[in-house]
Ligand binder design. Structure first.
Ligand code: ZN
Length: 311
């Protein structure tokens, strides 16, 4: 058995990646309240919103108002997702309200075309300008590569292609690159091989795994990544999120399921699981439908439990 990391960093992406997929617009004060609850859990990295065009994603049209409504607790890094130069300029008008930017593109041409209407080459050129400008403003940059483990339109995506994109992003100034399994196609063996190669190839940057639980393999993939020394993950409370492809897909791995597994394995996260479950209950109540996270239903493992009327 390989040596596992003793602690991991988790970026909560529910307020952006999760809320973005909710059809009903969530009022800004509710978003701010839920983010404050996430902060109270001990989460230290939270992706709070995106500066996409308001007419493209109505759910995130309140990016400015939301940033203005958030407290700025010590030690908590808020990140915002930036699609392009115009989005960055909007974000920079709120420069003191966040700490990091995330830029994104897909590793497959078809997915990138459908998602941002550009070729990968065009995306990279545009994002290099965004990253340079963000770095000049003192912002930390994360690059997110969607469909890193497979594409619903193109099938297999060569890891070599993904690493080349990651190298471009790192060369432009990203200190961290996240690899997204956007539609939940990855399996643990593939993840192990991917990160074994990525750690050699991309030794100087923080490698983050962003798994979806579309086919119930999210945490198995986390374990495979951990065994390759990956110690940075992205997840969404409640298992929020999803993707239009395939229709009805479930979302990101659930933060509470991830935290529960890590804590049971003796790996530190700095997150208080019971408080996180309260936050997930709150969002479940707000959305008025049951969310997918297992630990939200089952609660944390209780090793001192005495069976009540059951054997
Ligand atoms: Zn996601």
């Amino acid at each position: 058995m390989s040596e596992l990391p003793s602690a991991v960093r988790i970026r909560e992406v529910g307020p952006r990646d999760g809320f973005q997929n909710e059809p009903e617009v969530i009022p800004t004060p509710d978003k701010a309240r839920l983010i404050a609850m996430l902060v109270a859990t001990g989460l230290r990295r939270i992706e709070v919103t995106s500066f996409v065009r308001p007419d493209v994603i109505a759910q995130l049209a309140d990016a400015e108002q939301l940033l203005g409504a958030l407290e700025r607790p010590d030690g908590v890094a808020y990140s915002v997702l930036i699609p392009n130069q115009r989005g960055l300029e909007r974000a920079l008008a709120q420069r003191d309200r966040f700490d990091e930017v995330s830029v994104f593109l897909s590793a497959s041409e078809t997915h990138n075309q459908r998602n941002v209407n550009r070729s990968i080459a065009e995306s990279l050129t545009g994002l290099e300008g965004v990253i340079a400008r963000a770095r000049a403003e003192g912002l930390r940059c994360e690059g997110v590569i969607s469909t890193s483990f497979g594409c619903p339109y193109e099938g297999r995506v060569a890891p070599e292609r993904v690493f080349e994109i990651a190298e471009r992003l790192a060369g432009a100034g990203c200190e961290e690159v996240a690899f997204g399994d956007t539609t939940g196609m990855a399996n643990p063996r593939q993840v192990a091989e991917f990160f074994a190669a990525a750690r050699e190839r991309l030794a100087s940057i923080e490698l983050t795994a962003h798994f979806h639980n579309t086919r119930g393999q999210g945490l198995a993939n986390v374990l495979a990544a951990l065994e390759q020394g990956v110690d940075s993950f992205e997840s969404a409370f409640g298992e929020l999120g999803g993707c239009p492809v395939p229709p009805g897909s479930t979302g990101n791995i659930a933060t509470e399921d991830l935290i529960s597994m890590l804590h049971e394995m003796g790996i530190e996260t700095g997150v208080d699981l019971p408080i996180l479950i309260e936050a997930s209950r709150a969002v479940q109540e707000l959305l008025a439908r049951p969310l997918g996270a297992h630990v939200l239903r089952a609660g944390p493992v209780d090793w001192n439990a005495r069976p009540a009327g059951r054997r």
